[in-house]
Design a protein around this ligand. Structure first.
Ligand code: GLU
Ligand code: ZN
Length: 317
């Protein structure tokens, strides 16, 4: 078997916090435990939300934690560039391929129209009902369309390394999803597939918030004639009441923990303990956690972070 290639692929839209450090640590451990190659890819595809100062801060925080990489924007590598903002031509190529296969169509729906078409649901993503599939000529004159993928009626099944078998009917869950926004920005779903394939990533370990995107990505791999990697989705960090973390519990940025005296070994030991890789808390440098890594030991449910997270980090706030 070829050796493992894994990656950490943050979006530079904010500072690294305990939740993102948790996913970064586990992705790093998986690769290092297998003697593989670690890639850092900056997913700065959305110019409205990405800031280069966050890219620099992410790199500094990862280094401070002792999580290194073998290929990345700062050191280059055989699959450079490692920032998505410089890889748009590759996403456009993939889109052309899908378009030539007749799998993509323009959608002229506005946000308001989409809201009124869809049945009530939580805000955010709802399955697209396919209104523009057959062409929407009147609207075509007025505005720039987004591009949507024609999603087949089919159930996608895959085996997640942590969550086990995951089943999704994409047509019901997402509908014909967007592959390029009306402002020309390629969708995350497309970009992540094109880049993971181009960078020959064999193993994707990331947060559970992306579990239900994975079937869409597996579909894109297939339509583009590419082989999907092996997936593992790690639990999210939550407060004891199941809600978002607050400042007290670790919604704090690593930068601010560090500024208040936190130490990398404390944070790593705390996260590894919470992940299920250590039986008790102790401060540990990253390299010493490598032999402890075992996917089977990683917690499957949400990981509860108490008010004591800050104290464990060594910071005094
Ligand atoms: N860039 C995505 C994020 O920060 C993660 C992409 C991935 O790991 O697939 O949420
Ligand atoms: Zn539409």
């Amino acid at each position: 078997m070829d050796s493992m290639r894994g990656r950490f692929a943050p979006s530079p839209t904010g500072e690294l916090h305990l939740g993102s450090a948790f996913a970064a640590l586990l992705a790093w451990l998986q690769v290092r435990a297998a003697g593989g190659t670690m890639v850092l890819r900056i997913e700065d595809i959305d110019p409205e939300r990405s800031r280069s100062l966050y890219t620099e801060a992410l790199i500094a925080d990862m280094k401070w934690l002792g999580l290194n990489w073998d290929e990345g924007p700062d050191i280059g590598g055989p699959f450079a560039p490692y920032c998505q903002s410089q890889r748009r031509h590759l996403f456009e190529e993939a889109l052309q391929y899908l378009a030539e296969a007749g799998l993509v169509y323009p959608c002229y729906c506005t946000r308001g129209e989409l809201a009124s078409l869809a049945p009530h649901g939580s805000e955010g993503e709802r399955p697209y009902p396919g209104k523009c599939r057959g062409g929407n000529v009147l609207a075509a004159q007025k505005r720039k369309p987004s591009l949507r993928l024609i999603v087949p009626q089919e159930t996608i099944v895959f085996k997640d390394g942590i969550k086990g078998v995951f089943v999704q009917d994409i047509a019901t869950a997402a509908g014909d999803f967007i592959v390029r926004r009306s402002d020309g920005v390629h969708a995350y779903q497309l970009a992540v597939v094109v880049d993971d394939a181009a960078m020959q990533i064999t193993h994707v370990l990331r947060g559970e918030d992306l579990l239900d995107s994975t079937p869409r990505q597996i579909l894109l791999y297939r339509l583009l004639g590419l082989t999907p990697p092996v997936f593992a989705h790690v639990p999210l960090l939550v407060a004891a009441d199941g809600h978002r973390l607050s400042k007290r519990q670790g919604d704090l940025s690593l930068a601010s923990l560090r500024a208040h005296g936190a130490r990398p070994e404390n944070i790593l030991g705390y996260l590894a303990w919470k992940a299920g890789l250590l039986d008790v808390f102790s401060p540990v440098p990253a390299a010493d956690l490598v032999p402890e890594f075992d996917l089977a030991r990683i917690a499957k449910g949400p990981v509860i972070i108490g008010d004591d997270a800050v104290a464990y980090s060594g910071a005094s706030l």
